[in-house]
Design a protein around this ligand. Structure first.
Ligand code: GLU
Length: 478
């Protein structure tokens, strides 16, 4: 096999969404699996809707996912003259023809024909004589260039869908150059795929109807067409086409939310592909190693933002604490500098990250679910208050614990557990009757990591201060 060259070819008319990112990822995985090249082509021919900002956001999205491209990106618009020359070549070879039909007339006619179930251009200009053409040109009539689709069948093998055959009778003599001389998508894509030496076109199912036309163009230009793999649509959990409502937002919004690029990479890889066993959380290298186009399912895939968050949580909890700490800091700098507490003490920070990582689903959770490591609780969980702050003597118990905590030199999980269990015994309580109120007092939440370790990490000063605050609060409730 000649070495693999694939491309991701976004139109910069919008952001990089989940669907586009998954297409880019499958191209990347295929290239890496076969030691090939992953190329980027910016299809910026729609001058009205393309923007530099969108290009920038797409490139950033790819970087966030770690999808490094191998050569300088190709921009399509500056190549339009090359595309035009190819159309002229086809025209000269008789594989294409000038169509002088006025668009308005054609639109009217199309409406009529569509009533009869006919959807192809009726071919008025297909067989114009040399002199008819010459006279139209002499009168300065505008024309489009149409590709001449001959009778026959287009057969090809799609790596996902298997054998596909399309009767050419269903294919329009499609336009390759518009009346203003601009090349159409079908033509530009084929010329660029040829010039970039693309061996495999891996793209969304929505392009499947373009493929026979593109194959005909390849043939007419004297080239073998690349292999094709059309990957399934992505649906929301309600089985409707993915939209903003389902979380089909720019992938950079996931970054802003605190989803790790590697978790999104892993999650997207499983949208329509699976390694053939029940592995889900896999490293980049494992995915590359296992990836094949044949294992992509032709059935549509379902995007479940909750599952992505679950997967992100498992990446976070498995990550080395130092590395995670750096990611949290970088995230804070980028997205949360104004809203998140600052982190002055590295040692304390590392301890808190180590405790928090089993209970984080997003990087941002550190600053929300785990803010009690840094700030006194501003309020207490409502249900928790009803359940755990109701005991008659609770303020007295909390003061007593405070006094004893204050008096010890070694403030660690073991000594604190001793004290709490001994005191519970003394007061005729189960330990839980002290542990739950303590948890609520120091975190504001009814659930937290193991309380003794938590108290140790928080340290004497914070714990004592919070016990006092909670005792005052409970007295105020009465
Ligand atoms: N620019 C096209 C798109 O964004 C992709 C074309 C292709 O992959 O052939 O849908």
């Amino acid at each position: 096999m000649t070495s693999v060259r694939v491309r991701f070819a976004p139109s910069p008319t919008g952001r990089l969404h989940v669907g586009g990112a998954r297409t880019a990822l499958f191209n990347y995985l295929f290239a890496r699996r076969h030691q090939g090249k992953f190329l980027l082509r910016i299809e910026d021919t729609d001058r009205q809707r393309s923007s530099d900002e969108n290009i920038e956001v797409i490139l950033q999205g790819l970087k966030y996912l770690g999808l490094e491209w191998d050569e300088e990106p190709i921009y399509q618009y500056p190549r339009r003259q090359i595309h035009q020359q190819a159309a002229v070549k086809l025209l000269n070879k008789g594989e294409a023809y000038r169509c002088f039909c006025a668009p308005d007339d054609l639109a009217k006619e199309r409406k009529e024909l569509e009533k009869q179930g006919i959807f192809v251009y009726p071919g008025h200009c297909r067989n114009l004589s040399e002199s008819e053409i010459a006279s139209s040109l002499a009168r300065g009539m505008e024309y489009a260039v149409r590709f001449k689709v001959e009778q026959g069948v287009v057969n090809y093998h799609d790596a996902v869908h298997g054998g596909i055959s399309v009767d050419c009778g269903e294919i329009d003599d499609f336009i390759i150059l518009r009346r203003d001389g601009s090349p159409t998508y079908q033509l530009s894509v084929v010329i660029d795929d040829i010039d970039m030496g693309i061996t495999h076109v891996i793209r969304g199912d929505d392009h499947i109807s373009n493929t026979p036309k593109q194959i005909l163009l390849h043939q007419a230009l004297g080239y073998n067409h690349p292999e094709f793999a059309h990957i399934p649509l992505i649906l929301g959990t309600d089985k409707k086409r993915l939209s903003k409502r389902h979380g089909a937002v720019s992938v950079l919004e996931y970054q802003a939310e605190g989803i790790l690029g590697e978790a999104l990479f892993n999650y997207l890889a499983l949208l329509g592909w699976s390694p053939g066993d029940d592995r889900e959380v896999m490293t980049r290298d494992e995915i590359i190693e296992a990836f094949s186009l044949q294992d992509i399912t032709p059935k549509s895939a379902v995007f479940d933002a909750e599952k992505l968050r679950w997967m992100n949580g498992s990446y976070i909890s498995a990550m080395e604490t130092e590395k995670l700490a750096d990611k949290i800091l970088r995230w804070r700098e980028e997205y949360g500098a104004d809203t998140c507490f600052s982190i002055p003490d590295r040692d304390y920070f590392l301890k808190t990250v180590d405790m928090a990582k089993a209970r984080m689903w997003k990087l941002s959770d550190f600053f929300i679910l785990h803010r009690y490591y840094y700030e006194d609780p501003a309020e207490y969980d409502e249900k928790g208050v009803k359940k755990h702050f109701a005991g008659e003597n609770l303020p007295a118990y909390l003061y007593a614990l405070r006094d004893e905590f204050e008096s010890i030199d070694t403030f660690n999980a073991v000594s604190l557990e001793d004290i709490i269990r001994r005191r519970a015994d003394e007061w005729g309580l189960t330990a839980a009757k002290l542990i739950h109120p303590l948890r609520l007092a120091v975190t504001g939440f009814a659930v937290s990591p193991g309380i003794f370790e938590l108290l140790e990490v928080l340290g004497k000063d914070r714990v004592i201060h919070r016990l006092e605050k909670a005792a005052e609060y409970i007295k105020g409730m009465r």
